[in-house]
Design a protein around this ligand. Structure first.
Ligand code: PMP
Length: 337
């Protein structure tokens, strides 16, 4: 029998997809890890399950307890669904600028939402700090206890990617992977996979695909955290060295503007049949740059993070794109959305 054990038994073991057009264009084998096929629809199911499992193992979470998190969406969806499957309440603090689809999805999944204004991390009213204070209050008042998932600094996140995503990529490429690259939200994926692959083969190169508005491209090239510009991508773009990023070194840092990543996102759909979110386009565009820097003949793996259906009102809405001064592909204009 080939049966998976409930929701958490279905997290991970995702396929590795050869991205044919970009492989042919660059002369490298470029593979996307199909994280959108996780049961909650994104790479963050892995972090959600890793964090909750760690809390269970440490005895911090009792049945009926509360999981609190500040999140741009996908982690919240993962936490809410793992919570449903394991018997926990989920309270999510979210910046109000996030897409309506993700907020609706969170509510449908049973999360309690607290929307807060989108202010920088240094502001005490930033969603991350609000979620920390809320978790403290609930931990003191709820008889079943509460945890703050704290995905940015809780290293159970990268440990989960080290134990699962990284090992899977190694096995799925028969140890033939030469490079791994992805964008950073918390850094759990990049740091966890980097650790796993370098442990197997110290020559594996690690790349960073950073959107404008994030500070990590500057950090890994000059040592200084500096952010400029902006991007319509969601879930990625970090301004600090999170707990999950601590100790990580990057061989190939790139900054990938929307003008470069969006055509890749649209091409993956139009010619590849893959309907993905903008961060996947940033990742694949990054893999293409890394392929060009490393030269032909290499095997480079990246992450296909989540479904494009989460962004119909933005990424796949010509009016939104025009408003941002970004070109919409002709087929999208003609689709009349
Ligand atoms: N892409 C999307 C769509 C995400 O939601 C996230 C997580 N916030 C990432 C990429 C980045 O993953 P990580 O947090 O592991 O850096």
């Amino acid at each position: 029998m080939q049966v998976r054990d409930g929701f958490v038994g279905t997290v991970g073991t995702t396929p590795l997809i050869r991205l044919n057009r970009v492989s042919e264009e660059t002369g490298c084998e470029i593979y996307g890890k199909a994280e959108f096929l996780n049961p909650g629809g994104s790479v963050k199911d892995r972090a959600a399950w890793a964090i909750i499992k760690d809390a269970e193992e440490r005895g911090k979470l009792r049945p009926g307890g509360v999981v609190v998190e500040g999140t741009a969406g996908n982690t919240g969806i993962g936490l809410a669904l793992v919570g449903n499957a394991r018997g926990y309440r989920t309270v999510i603090v979210i910046p109000e600028t996030q897409s309506q689809e993700k907020k609706d999805m969170l509510r449908i999944c049973g999360a309690e939402l607290r929307e807060v204004p989108a202010v920088p991390y240094r502001d005490p009213n930033n969603y991350v700090h609000v979620s920390g204070r809320l978790a403290e209050e609930l931990a003191a008042s709820d008889p079943n206890g509460a945890i703050w998932a704290q995905q940015f600094d809780n290293t159970a996140n990268r440990q989960g990617h080290y134990e699962t995503t990284g090992q899977e990529i190694w096995e799925q490429t028969d140890g033939g992977v030469d490079g791994f690259i992805c964008a950073v939200g918390t850094g759990g994926t990049l740091a966890g996979v980097a650790h796993a692959l370098r442990e197997k083969n110290p020559n594996v190169k690690i790349g960073l695909a950073d959107p404008p508005g994030a500070a990590l491209y500057s950090y890994y090239t000059t040592g200084e955290l500096k952010a400029e510009g902006s991007s319509i991508s969601e879930g990625i773009g970090q301004g600090r060295i999170t707990g999950n990023l601590e100790g990580l070194t990057v061989d190939h840092p790139f900054q990938i503007p929307d003008e470069e990543s969006l055509p890749v996102t649209y091409d993956l759909l139009e010619h590849g049949g893959l309907l993905l979110g903008a961060s996947s386009g940033v990742n694949v565009a990054g893999a293409m740059r890394m392929a060009r820097e490393m030269g032909p003949g290499h095997t480079i793996v990246t992450i296909l993070c989540d479904w494009g259906t989460r962004y119909t009102s933005k990424l796949f809405n010509p009016a939104f794109l025009h408003d941002k001064g970004l070109p919409a592909p002709r087929w999208l204009e003609q689709a009349g959305t």
